[in-house]
Design a protein around this ligand. Structure first.
Ligand SMILES: O=P(O)(O)OC[C@H]1O[C@H](OP(=O)(O)OP(=O)(O)O)[C@H](O)[C@@H]1O
Ligand SMILES: Nc1ncnc2[nH]cnc12
Length: 180
């Protein structure tokens, strides 16, 4: 399958649910991608080729709670590197660093274990979806505080009208699919 076919398969796998989780939100559901191994491999292939084409060295993949956890470990395996978790507050044991943020339908706090990333490590952040960019920007702030070198922010879906990428101007943002 070529890259265009892989993107088409992914797009056909994403479902829409209107008014979930609150009125006015059109929820883009990526679960069918996970259910279809061909679609899931296509997503990981596309992320891998983007990273190989643009960045010669990556040390670590950091995934965002919770749907970033679905894609990050498989991608990290392709590069033979580790995966670390950025979680909603209160889920990680030991010393953590925390950042608050707002998202399309609420407010939250995320944190990372302070020993998850060494200073200067080249880190790629991954999530399923970029909406307002609040979550991804908070993750960048967390990693910056840990003195990581943020290489790129990856998402399966970017909701372009919400202009999340504008909050992330200092970092390359790559989405496999854009939605208007
Ligand atoms: O760009 P933003 O406006 O910040 O929104 C994007 C975030 O919202 C969703 O996660 P959510 O917080 O709903 O958590 P979940 O993955 O645990 O469902 C999505 O998976 C992203 O992480
Ligand atoms: N519209 C949306 N669909 C799925 N996940 C989301 N996270 C934030 N906005 C979302």
């Amino acid at each position: 399958m070529n890259e265009g076919d892989k993107r088409a398969l992914l797009r056909s796998s994403v479902r829409e649910f209107l008014d979930f989780p609150s009125p006015g939100i059109c929820f883009r559901d990526i679960t069918p991608i996970l259910k279809d191994p061909t679609a899931f491999s296509a997503a990981i292939d596309l992320f891998e080729s983007y990273l190989r084409d643009h960045f010669p060295k990556i040390d670590l993949i950091a995934g965002l709670d919770s749907r970033g956890f679905l894609f990050g470990p498989a991608l990290a395996q392709r590069f033979g590197i580790g995966f670390v978790l950025i979680r909603k507050k209160g889920k990680l044991p030991g010393p953590t660093e925390c950042v608050s943020y707002s998202l399309e339908y609420g407010k939250a706090e995320i944190e990372i274990q302070v020993d998850a990333v060494d200073p200067g490590q080249k880190v790629v952040i991954i999530d399923d979806l970029l909406a307002t960019g609040g979550t991804m920007a908070a993750a960048c702030e967390l990693l910056k505080r840990r003195n990581a070198d943020i290489v790129a922010c990856l998402v399966v879906i970017e909701l372009s009208p919400l202009k999340g990428a504008e909050k992330l101007k200092s970092y390359p943002v790559h989405a496999l699919l854009q939605y208007d």
